[in-house]
Design a binder for this molecule. Structure first.
Ligand SMILES: [Zn+2]
Ligand SMILES: [Zn+2]
Ligand SMILES: [Zn+2]
Ligand SMILES: [Zn+2]
Length: 487
């Protein structure tokens, strides 16, 4: 294990606070080599390879993977046939270099699907053979994917294309070998930016999943990953990251993990029918208004849902039907292209009033999604006087997140929510000022909340490539104000 870790840690930018071990029940995994505090860097790593995601539109930038529309695209400077978002992108990024252009030129079939990233992996074979060897250590899940339609597509979109146009690149390799590369890419790549660029990391790939993880990944503008502690971690504890979005209910997460990562999660959240008291999957009991909960999310042999207060129970099928009915009404409103904004808001608010608290608890996944859509619509239409409603919904999301993960736990989502809260507080204060009704107590109270939400969101997001530009602006404004007041 020690020599394997030596191989896999070759791209680390400094010594890590974790090592590779054989864990008791999750295969290989990383454990902390010392006590780690919240926000401490556990490791920082450079990607082995990065490239466009698996399914991308007809036009995308070969450097930054940005999807391009007809009007805004430039040909690659070396006329290899690939497109760029700008000349500047090509000269400042290293992903699409001249050597790659020369290879790409030979590929006449440019249905740009999957092969570009695979081509980059194959180039490692000659130029960086050590990295190529280490890349091949990663899990490929080929057995699990045998029947998967993606495999068939990869055969024609990747193997056939490369084998036909670039035989020298795949010399000595079989179709199976190239499918293994596709498998490794699919099983291990991280989405490293907003365009969905896939990045492969060696050490980071060894970090196991937990739906309530103790660490998080931060990707910077250079495509590097930093793993930071979300909370304190004791020496010897396993380091975990979350492969799923935090505010999704257990059924959705289990389904996603099974389909894309081929395992059934047994973490403390997945085993808890109340989902740590957030009730994101619960249905309200028709008899006593308690919560109907499943006995198990992952074991289909116990299909009943039981009330947590009375003796009432029902079947999984009936619960699904009930939840789907609310989901369908909601989707119908959202996807109706003809409804005016005000009508849409009224319809969503009415659905919320009818179903929230009577059929589904206020923190059910569907209700949380619906409320978030409402905030987004309110946000887009500044005419609606909705600051307080929006604040209420964002604050509720932060609260649910804290119930799930614990008060003193960092997360990227928390950073985004806190910045939204900050912006809404600014709007609220401005509104009160306009009405001349901002009293001393409000000023103190709202100002305090404003400061905390801003500094916390900045701490969580400033080094993240997805950091909202507005947050960067606000922070640099604060900095220059501070400098001015100090001089
Ligand atoms: Zn670009
Ligand atoms: Zn080119
Ligand atoms: Zn889990
Ligand atoms: Zn009941």
């Amino acid at each position: 294990m020690e020599s394997l870790w030596k191989d896999l840690s070759c791209n680390l930018k400094q010594a890590s606070k974790a090592v590779l071990v054989q864990t008791e029940n999750a295969g290989r995994g990383l454990v902390a080599t010392e006590n780690i505090q919240r926000d401490d860097v556990i490791l920082t790593e450079t990607p082995v390879i990065s490239g466009p995601p698996q399914s991308i539109g007809p036009y995308f930038c070969a450097n930054c993977s940005q999807p391009l529309s007809d009007g805004v695209l430039e040909d690659c400077l070396n006329s290899c046939g690939l497109k760029m978002c700008s000349k500047k992108c090509q000269t400042t990024h290293q992903r699409h270099d001249e050597e790659e252009c020369a290879l790409v030129k030979k590929v006449k079939d440019k249905s740009f699907d999957q092969w570009l990233t695979v081509l980059r992996v194959l180039r490692l074979r000659k130029s960086k053979s050590e990295l190529w060897k280490r890349f091949n250590i990663l899990e490929d899940h080929l057995e699990d994917r045998k029947e998967c339609p993606i495999m068939k597509r990869n055969k024609s979109a990747v193997w056939n294309v490369l084998h036909h146009y670039l035989p020298e690149l795949v010399e000595g390799l079989s179709c199976e070998d190239v499918m293994k590369i596709c498998g490794i890419l699919d099983a291990n790549s991280f989405r490293i930016d907003k365009y969905g660029t896939r990045g492969i990391f060696l050490a980071t790939s060894m970090v196991n999943h937990d739906c309530l993880s103790n660490a998080r990944c931060i990707f910077d503008d250079m495509g590097h990953v930093t793993i930071k502690a979300k909370k304190s971690i004791a020496e010897g504890d396993q380091i975990t990251i979350n492969y799923c979005a935090v505010l999704t209910n257990t059924e959705t997460r289990l389904d996603k993990l099974k389909k894309s990562k081929y395992f059934i999660c047994n973490c403390s959240l997945c085993l808890d029918p109340t989902e740590k008291g957030t009730f994101m999957s619960a249905v309200i009991c028709p008899k006593c208004k308690g919560n109907l909960l499943p006995e198990s999310f992952s074991d289909p042999s116990v299909p009943d849902w039981q009330c947590d207060k009375c003796q009432f129970f029902t079947t999984h099928e009936k619960v699904t039907k009930l939840v789907d009915a609310v989901k369908n009404s909601y989707n119908k409103i959202i996807s109706n292209p003809r409804t005016f904004v005000l009508e849409k808001v009224a319809e969503l608010e009415s659905l919320l009033k009818k179903r929230c608290g009577s059929v589904l608890p206020p923190t059910h996944q569907v209700i949380l999604d619906l409320k978030l859509d409402l905030v987004n619509i309110y946000d887009a239409d500044q005419k609606l006087d909705s600051v307080n409603k929006r604040l209420e919904i964002i604050v509720e999301r932060i609260k649910v997140l804290q119930i799930l993960e614990g008060d003193d736990t960092d997360s990227r989502l928390k950073g985004f929510l806190l910045f939204r809260k900050h912006n809404l507080l600014v709007a609220k204060i401005a509104g009160l000022q306009r009405k001349n009704s901002l009293n001393e107590k409000d000023t103190k109270e709202l100002g305090g909340q404003l400061g905390i939400s801003l500094t916390e969101s900045a701490r969580l997001l400033l080094h993240d490539q997805g950091c909202p530009p507005h947050l960067i602006e606000v922070m640099s404004m604060c900095m220059s104000n501070n400098l001015r007041s100090n001089t």
